[in-house]
Design a protein around this ligand. Structure first.
Ligand SMILES: [Zn+2]
Length: 270
């Protein structure tokens, strides 16, 4: 059972190693404001247990131990199945929203719309069995969400950029050395882009990929801060990366988050 302190401040993450049928695997326990226990087996072999904040450790152990055979079979099944090349836009597939996997629930109906719920994306359209139609609904939804989320993240990142003393010092030094002031920040455009997460024009206009809204906030901020650094250094010079390091120390740790969509991680859920 959780003690009084843990009950008030439950540890959000807990990791431990298990061995069953000669298969060694790592279990990550994530507590959140959910109501039920769930297991996700990731392609990497990591087993995630999602648990309610107040769930007793004993209950989590019982839940896990009753499913050890299934977990080992799921790890082996994922290891032997080929990586999907593209999402199928089918019922039950996982797609990320703000870095969290959400399962597609496809229903027939009008108007076409996407409703986000706890761990679910309800996609309503005239022909839910048509992957193209589901894809179009989702693209429209990502764009609508991106307009709100990315604009807010840009405002927060700009405020952060202006507040970090190390960033201000580097910018002042650059201006003193070169005599050039920074590009004024221009307008923000949100677009679907195939090969880039963001770009910054010489005039200071920033363009962000609408698909960023599927990524965790920290990855979104990393892309935005990258573009804000381009307002001061247009090329990827040493000085550019110096500014990036000052504005977001450890940003390299988040780069991988941009390349792992849910449908490719192939989660198996129970
Ligand atoms: Zn760049």
């Amino acid at each position: 059972m959780l003690d009084a302190y843990s009950r008030m401040n439950p540890p959000p993450l807990y990791r431990r190693q298990y061995q069953h049928q000669q298969q060694i695997f790592e279990v990550l326990i994530k507590r959140s404001r959910r109501k039920t226990l769930a297991i996700h087996v990731l392609r990497t072999g990591l087993v995630e247990i999602r648990a309610p904040l107040q769930c007793a450790w004993l209950q989590i152990d019982d839940f896990l131990e009753a499913r050890l055979d299934w977990i080992v079979a799921a790890i082996q099944q994922l290891a032997n199945s080929p990586l999907p090349e593209a999402p199928a836009y089918c019922d039950g597939e996982y797609h990320d929203y703000l870095g969290q996997p959400h399962q597609l629930l496809l229903v027939r109906g009008k108007p076409s719309q996407v409703v986000v719920g706890a761990g679910q994306l309800l996609v309503q359209c005239a022909a839910p069995s048509d992957p193209q139609q589901v894809r179009q609904c989702l693209l429209k939804f990502w764009r609508q969400r991106a307009l709100l989320v990315l604009d807010e993240r840009l405002r927060d990142c700009r405020a952060h950029f202006d507040q970090v003393p190390a960033v201000a010092a580097l910018i002042q030094r650059k201006v003193a050395l070169s005599g050039e002031s920074a590009n004024a920040a221009g307008k923000l455009t949100i677009r679907r882009m195939r090969a880039r997460w963001g770009s910054c024009s010489r005039g200071g206009d920033i363009c962000l990929n609408a698909a960023l809204v599927q990524k965790p906030t920290v990855a979104i901020d990393m892309v935005i801060i990258h573009e804000l650094c381009h307002l001061h250094h247009f090329s990827h010079s040493k000085a550019f990366y110096g500014l990036m390091d000052a504005a977001m120390p450890g940003w390299r740790d988040h780069e991988g988050l941009l390349n792992q969509p849910s449908w490719r991680r192939q989660t198996v859920l129970v």
